[in-house]
Design a protein. Structure first.
Length: 313
C-alpha cells in the first residue's frame, strides 16, 4: 500500500468481506458492526471489503451505504475497499465520490451481465475508469459463476494494460488455478504490469491459489483467522501445516459456499461466535432450516477437534 491508504498493485494479505448486520426489524445493527470491526482487527486481517456480494449492498440505500463505510472507517485504521457496482455510472460515481472522500482505499466493480465480447468487457472498464477518475484504484471482480461474464487471462491482461487504475483482481473464477498461473506468466513475459490478485469463493481453493501466485484472499469465510493463517503459512513455506489446518476447515468452507445459503450459514456462525446479535437478512433473504442449523453446528463441533477457535458456546 502506498499513496496514503490507497490500493496499489503490491497489496497482499487478507481483505475480509464483512457482512452487513441487521436487527430483526431490518435496521442496520451498528453495535454488531462495531463488534465485527473489532473482531477483524483482532484477527489481524490486512484490510476490509464492505458492500460486497454478501454484504447485501443492493438492499441498502445510498445514504445507508455511506453510513456503513463511515462508521467502519471511524472505528478502524484498516484499508477499506467498497463495492460500488451499479447499473449506471451516475449512482456508481456518486457512491465512489462519497466513500473516497471518507478515505476508502479503492472501489470494487463487477461487470454487468450484458457484456458478451472481449472488446465490450475491456471497453466497459475503460469507461468505468474514465467516469470515476484516474485517482480511484479499482478492483476488478471476476466472478463468472454469478455475473455470467467470462474474462480470459488475455482480456484481464488487456484491461491491466489499458486501464492503469485497475490495480487488483478479485479472482473468483472456478476452476481458476490455471488462470492465476497464466496471469503471472504474462507478467513475467512483460505482457502486462503486475496486478494484485486476491481470491474469493469463501477461500475454497486458497490452499492452492497461494502456490499459484495469488497474493491472498478477499472473501468472507466465517473464520477469517483461517484465511490469515493460510496466507502466512504459505509465505513461510510451511506447506504441510497449511494443508493440515486448511483441510480441517474445508467441510465448513464447502457448506458455506452453497449458492443461496452461504450468507445464512455465515451469519449463523457469527451469531454463535458472539459477533452478530441476529442472523437476519433484509428481504428477500434466506433463513436456515432447523436441520441446516444442526448440520452447521455438527461441522463446528468436528472442526473444534482440530481448531480450538471453533469451540463455541
Amino acid at each position: 500500500m502506498t499513496d496514503g491508504m490507497k490500493l496499489d498493485a503490491g497489496a497482499r494479505g487478507v481483505y475480509a468481506i464483512a457482512p452487513t448486520p441487521f436487527l430483526e426489524d431490518g435496521a442496520i445493527d451498528v453495535e454488531s458492526l462495531d463488534r465485527l470491526v473489532d473482531f477483524y482487527e483482532a484477527a489481524e486481517v490486512d484490510g476490509l471489503t464492505l458492500l460486497g456480494q454478501l454484504g447485501e449492498a443492493p438492499k441498502l440505500t445510498h445514504d445507508e451505504s455511506v453510513d456503513v463505510v463511515r462508521r467502519v472507517m471511524t472505528r478502524s485504521a484498516l484499508p477499506v475497499v467498497v463495492g460500488v457496482s451499479a447499473p449506471g455510472f451516475g449512482s456508481m460515481g456518486a457512491l465512489t465520490s462519497d466513500v473516497m472522500a471518507l478515505g476508502a482505499a479503492g472501489v470494487m466493480v463487477a461487470p454487468p451481465n450484458t457484456l458478451r465480447t472481449d472488446d465490450q468487457i475491456v471497453g466497459y472498464y475503460t469507461q468505468v475508469a474514465r467516469s470515476l477518475g484516474p485517482d480511484v484504484p479499482i478492483v476488478l471482480q471476476d466472478y463468472p459463476l454469478t455475473f455470467s461474464v467470462v474474462m480470459t487471462p488475455g482480456v484481464i491482461a488487456r484491461i491491466v494494460r489499458e486501464v492503469p487504475s485497475v490495480v487488483m483482481l478479485k479472482h473468483e473464477d472456478w476452476p481458476g488455478l490455471e488462470k492465476i498461473s497464466a496471469l503471472r506468466a504474462a507478467e513475467a513475459a512483460g505482457e502486462m504490469s503486475r496486478i494484485s490478485i486476491l481470491c474469493g469463493n469463501g477461500g475454497l481453493f486458497l490452499d492452492f491459489e497461494m502456490s499459484r501466485g495469488a497474493d491472498g484472499a478477499m472473501t468472507g469465510y466465517c473464520f477469517p483467522e483461517l484465511l490469515v493463517d493460510v496466507v502466512r503459512l504459505s509465505d513461510a513455506g510451511r506447506r504441510e501445516e497449511l494443508h493440515d489446518l486448511f483441510d480441517a476447515h474445508l467441510p465448513l468452507i464447502r457448506y458455506e459456499q452453497q449458492p443461496g445459503a452461504g450468507l445464512a450459514v455465515r451469519k449463523h456462525v457469527m451469531v454463535r461466535r458472539g459477533l452478530l446479535s441476529s442472523d437476519t437478512q433484509r428481504s428477500p433473504g434466506r433463513v436456515l432450516t432447523t436441520q441446516e442449523r444442526a448440520e452447521v453446528d455438527l461441522l463446528l463441533e468436528r472442526l473444534a477437534r482440530h481448531d480450538e477457535r471453533a469451540r463455541l458456546p
